[in-house]
Structures are given as C-alpha cells and as structure tokens.
Design a protein around this ligand. Structure first.
Ligand SMILES: C[S@@+](CC[C@H](N)C(=O)[O-])C[C@H]1O[C@@H](n2cnc3c(N)ncnc32)[C@H](O)[C@@H]1O
Length: 250
C-alpha cells in the first residue's frame, strides 16, 4: 500500500469525524455514547468531567496521561492529538509553568482542538498541523511524548520513533497507547484501507513494535499494561488485537 494513499485515506476519515459533533450519536440506537466509549477505553469519570466537551471523541485505545506521571512545569508532546482529549488532561497536570504541544496532520482536527482551547481559555496548549514522521518540533525540547492510538496508522513507524527520539530531551520519556497484533494479520485485512483507517491493518506485531522502539535508541522499553482490544474488530480478528501502553526512556 502506497504511503501517500494511506495518509490520504486516514486524513479523509478523521477529517469527517472531526466535523461531526461526536463519533456516534449519544441517544440513538447506533451504539454506545462517546462518554461510554471513553470510560471503556480507560478514562475515569473525573477525567471526563475535567476536560472541555467535544475534546473526547472516543478515538483512543488507552489513557496515556494516567500512566505518564506528569509533573508541574514539564513540556509534553501529544502525537496525533485529534480533538485534544489527552492534551487537555496533560495541560492540567503540567500547569501554567508547563506546556503541551499537540501535533496532527488532519486540518479539521487541529481546527477543532484550537477552537476548543480558545473557548475554554487554555493558555498552555498549542496545536500544530504536521505529520508525526516529520515533527514540527525542535530537537531535545520535550520532557514527555504521549500518543493515543495513532502510531499504528503511520505507514513509517520507525521514522515516527526516530522523530520522537530526536525531539525528546536526554532522559525524556514516552508513554504510548497503541494497537498491536498477536501474530500476523490475514493478508486481506492488511490490504484494506478501511481496516487501516480504523486502527487495525497498520498495526505491527507486538514484539516487532517494541523492537522498533529499541532500534531507534530508546532504553528500558516495556509494556506497562495491556488488554484485548475488541472495539470495531471483526469476528475473525477477535483476540488477535491488543491495546498496549508502552513506556521507554531516551
Ligand atoms: C484514532 S485518532 C486518535 C486521536 C486522539 N489521539 C485521541 O485519542 O482521541 C488518530 C489521529 O491521528 C491523526 N494521524 C494519523 N496519522 C497521522 C500522521 N501520520 N501524522 C499526524 N497525525 C496523524 C489523525 O488525523 C487522527 O486525528
């Protein structure tokens, strides 16, 4: 699958989601509400009560901020920030002396997150349009990189981790929630653009994912929690997709 075609499909899909109010209507019969999905993903009621409405879109696969031990004053980068849920949670933790930068390649997502930040008066967040394979961020400038269900969508995951390594300060850390597979996926799934854009076809096998992070120079790479991922997954793939939270140090 061509890299540029993958990105085009992904942008189109998330652009359409960004323009809608929620990923699914909360009161009709089309499925669980965005809040229920977020609770299932791993956010607490308190998390959801403390972020701007509209920033939680039910698109993640974990709660990286809950595990990232953020401290006041730290600089945080959120890869594929979407509607901004994790960026807003991180902004509360790092406070006025800290800063959060969200990067996303989908214009509609960035616009949505920027207007939410301005509407709710967040002054320590900046959302930047850009690709995570070529981060619009300076070398050695970030304390913590977080990301939630995004890197699986990239056609060049090694480049994403190289870029992550570049922008982190020495001893900086990552806390990444993502989707990996248990063994290889069937070829027809890997070829499907739809499966790619819904976080499945692009997912790497678990050990390959961890080794890619090690290969670019990270140390102490470890999975801090994992669970079977069954949202949006066909019968054939049930049990083969895992949501992992990965920590590592530069
Ligand atoms: C599944 S959504 C997750 C959004 C957000 N992290 C959350 O948890 O709600 C994936 C997001 O990553 C963005 N994205 C996907 N591939 C990207 C890339 N290569 N560079 C930058 N952003 C990307 C999409 O535009 C989308 O907003």
């Amino acid at each position: 699958m061509e890299d540029s075609k993958v990105k085009e499909v992904v942008k189109k899909r998330y652009g359409e989601i960004a323009k809608n109010e929620e990923s699914c209507c909360p009161s009709c019969s089309c499925g669980p509400s965005t809040r229920d999905v977020a609770l299932q993903i791993g956010y607490s009621e308190e998390d959801l009560d403390n972020i701007p409405g509209g920033s939680s879109m039910g698109l993640g696969c974990g709660n990286p901020v809950a595990l990232s031990r953020l401290k006041e004053g730290e600089i945080v980068l959120d890869l594929g920030s979407g509607g901004g849920i994790d960026a807003f949670l991180a902004a509360k933790k790092v406070g006025a002396k800290g800063k959060v930068i969200g990067v996303d390649m989908t214009e509609e997502m960035i616009q949505r997150a920027i207007s939410t930040a301005s509407e709710y008066g967040y002054e320590n967040i900046e959302f930047r349009l850009g690709e995570i394979e070529k981060l619009p961020v300076e070398d050695n400038s970030v304390d913590v990189v977080i990301s939630n269900c995004v890197i699986n969508l990239s056609p060049d995951k090694k480049k994403v981790f190289q870029e992550t390594f570049r922008v982190l300060k020495p001893n900086g850390r990552i806390m990444i929630s993502d989707i990996v597979t248990e063994g290889e996926l069937p070829t027809e799934v890997k070829k499907s653009f739809d499966a790619w854009a819904s976080c499945v076809a692009g997912a790497l096998e678990k050990n390959q994912y961890l080794n890619t992070i090690r290969e670019v120079g990270f140390k102490d790479v470890k999975i801090v929690s994992e669970s079977t991922y069954n949202m949006d997954v066909s019968q054939k793939l049930k049990g083969k997709i895992t949501s992992v939270q990965v920590e590592a140090i530069k």
